[in-house]
Ligand binder design. Sequence first.
Ligand SMILES: Cc1cc2nc3c(=O)[nH]c(=O)nc-3n(C[C@H](O)[C@H](O)[C@H](O)COP(=O)(O)OP(=O)(O)OC[C@H]3O[C@@H](n4cnc5c(N)ncnc54)[C@H](O)[C@@H]3O)c2cc1C
Length: 410
Amino acid sequence: MQIGIIGGGLTGLVAAHALARDHKVILFEKMPYPGGCLSSYHINDYWIERYYHHCFSSDVSLFSLLEEMGLFEALEWRNGTTGSFARDTIYPLSTPLQILRYPELSIQDKARLGWLTLTAKNASLADLDDIPADQYIIENLGLNVYTSFFEPLLKSKFGDRRKEVSAAWLMSRIAIRSNRGVEGERLGYLRNGFHTLIDALVTSVTQKGGEIRLQEPVSSVARNNNRWTLNGIPCDAVISTIAPLELERSGGPALPPIPYQGAACLTLAMKRQVTNGIYWLNMKDPAPYGAVVTHTNFIPFERYGEHLVYLASYFSGTLPPRLDERMLSDFCSRFSVQPEEISWHRMAVDPFAGPVYTTGYRSLIPRYETSGLYLAGMFSQTNYPERSMEGSIRAGFEVAECLKKREQHE
Ligand SMILES: Cc1cc2nc3c(=O)[nH]c(=O)nc-3n(C[C@H](O)[C@H](O)[C@H](O)COP(=O)(O)OP(=O)(O)OC[C@H]3O[C@@H](n4cnc5c(N)ncnc54)[C@H](O)[C@@H]3O)c2cc1C
């Protein structure tokens, strides 16, 4: 079979890796580099992800893929400290004690927060899918818990679309992320960066005879009886890993309208760190970014010889004008940084950086086999409630398995 794969992110590469031994695989990627959201910059003599990345102790599919690629030993675990920037002050919020000391929440607020964390695992997601997260939190925990704790978190994940997010998403996320000990959450990172995983997948696909065509966006998708053509190239089966709406625009079938948001992430380098040693700082104060993620407060500075900071922001529709300039100047004034201290900065923008888990989202999730096509990616069931490397790896393997089963059946 000749299989066309649209998208060279983690899902597309994993599917290609799983299928290339027994099939002719042609993978189309619109960018000049592979990896999608998990692609990296090569700066000086190191690689750094375009968008901040870490993994979790529950990412079992990621671990077995790393094992298969001979990279498991390169996985390291470190404390991923978090905090909040409120009223011009940095508050650490990694440990239960630090949360107890956080002055923006009263004792009652903290008790309610503790109750929510304990009950999240047993919440009925079906009942919560139509309720907006802000309404649910305000009704059950009060306005202050929302504005002081959850709104900064929602803003750092969904920007201006935070009010559309469902309570089902919020409760599932609390359930999977509340497993932290007294020291805070342990997060994983691949020594030398996740670039090594993307590189290993590309090598595996090409060594098996698969073709990876970079800078070749699929702009036409057509069906002819049971076969497809992608940019005029005939395929017996097609796996699309791009946003369903983007596929539709290229001539693909009408698909569930999964809402997506864009991400704009400014990476900058400087000689000192300015977030009091905190890795992930959510902005409660209004700023043109929702979080300041200091990679070198997670992975040692010595590996890079400079501090690496991400300013993270999400947008819907088109990118707000001059966002990079506004982010940079806000960061410099808020954190007392002189512009000359920043040795370089780069902006990464992806208009389809992830679904927005709006109310009713769960009913939109497409099956792997839909409208004669195979669909897998950030919109798959495996990526709910959190799109992740783990979810995309599982989606890539599962869609490949689905295609193999269909072939055996025929
Ligand atoms: C800001 C940010 C931070 C993240 N942090 C983490 C984290 O810390 N931990 C974690 O586990 N996960 C994280 N993720 C999620 C993780 O990166 C994604 O789940 C995963 O990389 C998505 O892979 P994918 O292949 O499903 O989608 P994508 O990476 O989006 O891949 C789709 C590919 O399709 C290409 N494409 C689009 N249109 C076309 C076309 N017409 N023709 C050809 N190619 C096309 C795109 O260029 C892209 O390469 C983060 C994501 C973002 C955006």
